[in-house]
Design a protein around this ligand. Structure first.
Ligand SMILES: NC(=O)c1ccc[n+]([C@@H]2O[C@H](COP(=O)([O-])OP(=O)(O)OC[C@H]3O[C@@H](n4cnc5c(N)ncnc54)[C@H](OP(=O)(O)O)[C@@H]3O)[C@@H](O)[C@H]2O)c1
Length: 274
């Protein structure tokens, strides 16, 4: 197994998370080969969700790669709509069973529930699984600071990550600031704006100066901002090239030019789509 070049950042609970990971949304059975390819290319964080319907295939890909489980950081997510239908513990057990990799490194609350009582109830159950060692870290996705504060007050374990939609066109300035003040790491989802950033002329121009692609420049910008980023690729060439971002650095001016692509300039976190 190749050594990975991916740097780690420290979470507020003392854990370590790789700064670049592999997203698997829309992959189904093909997640098996994609995850195997990603791990062999050096990815050490894999992002899935019960809602993606691919946890079994992701688990198969992890086992196929032959990687030592301790070297990998696997995230899955619990879905709010699941909570009103059956006990949360059942959904967690099913994710563990489908993945079949021993434990989950990070369990995210996928998005805020319509009834916020489910946040606190679910957190209690997640903490029980953390106490048993079956979940290593807890986090949220698409949460605003008010929803995060409610959990910080209620829970014993803090959310360590907020996974939010973030890329040069959507910079979530208010959420980034608020999460930073709460020592919560930001994880960018749809970091390539679902592929749009890979064809952006401004990003392509910057990329040319470094002998890189616009996609690589976008991911590098997110890394230099201090975020975790999880691009998805079905195409093996994309999986490989998204990992090849450690041999160049964007200048301060280039960072600013990319920041100027922001299309959502409100700094109010409540203005985010969630
Ligand atoms: N928490 C949430 O609510 C939430 C929501 C959305 C996503 N996510 C997570 O975030 C991950 C990433 O987001 P995403 O899948 O929405 O979109 P994304 O990673 O921003 O973009 C994926 C698209 O970009 C293309 N692409 C990837 N690398 C490329 C490259 N080097 N050059 C050109 N095109 C490239 C992919 O093509 P190919 O597939 O053909 O390679 C695919 O069409 C998801 O997979 C999921 O794990 C979480």
């Amino acid at each position: 197994m190749n050594e990975s070049k991916v740097p780690y950042i420290t979470l507020s609970d003392g854990g370590m998370i790789p700064q670049l990971g592999f997203g698997t949304w829309t992959l189904r059975d093909d997640a098996e080969d994609a995850v195997d390819t990603a791990i062999k290319a050096g990815y050490r964080l894999i992002d899935t969700a019960s809602m993606y319907g691919n946890e079994e295939a992701v688990g198969r890909g992890i086992r196929k790669s032959g990687i030592d489980r301790e070297s990998l950081f696997v995230t899955t997510k619990i879905t709010p709509s699941e909570m009103s239908q059956r006990p949360q513990s059942q959904w967690i057990e099913e994710s563990l069973e489908r993945l079949d990799i021993g434990w989950i490194d990070l369990m995210l609350f996928h998005w805020p529930a319509a009834n916020e009582k489910y946040h606190r109830e679910t957190w209690d159950v997640l903490e029980e699984y953390a106490a048993k060692g079956l979940i290593k870290h807890l986090g949220v996705s698409n949460f605003n600071p008010r929803q995060i504060d409610d959990l910080l007050i209620h829970g014993h374990l803090p959310p360590v990550v907020n996974q939010i939609e973030l890329y040069p066109y959507r910079q979530q300035i208010g959420n980034v600031k608020a999460d930073g003040e709460r020592n919560i790491a930001i994880e960018c989802y749809s970091p390539l704006a679902e592929g749009r950033a890979a064809k952006d002329p401004v990003l392509e121009e910057i990329a040319k100066a470094h002998g890189k692609t616009a996609a690589q420049v976008t991911l590098r910008w997110e890394i230099q901002k201090g975020f975790i980023t999880i691009p998805k690729g079905r195409n093996p060439a994309h999986i490989q090239s998204n990992m090849d971002i450690w041999d160049f650095a964007l200048t301060e001016k280039e960072m600013e030019t990319i920041a100027s692509l922001n299309e959502y300039t409100s700094t109010d976190p409540e203005d985010s789509p969630w």
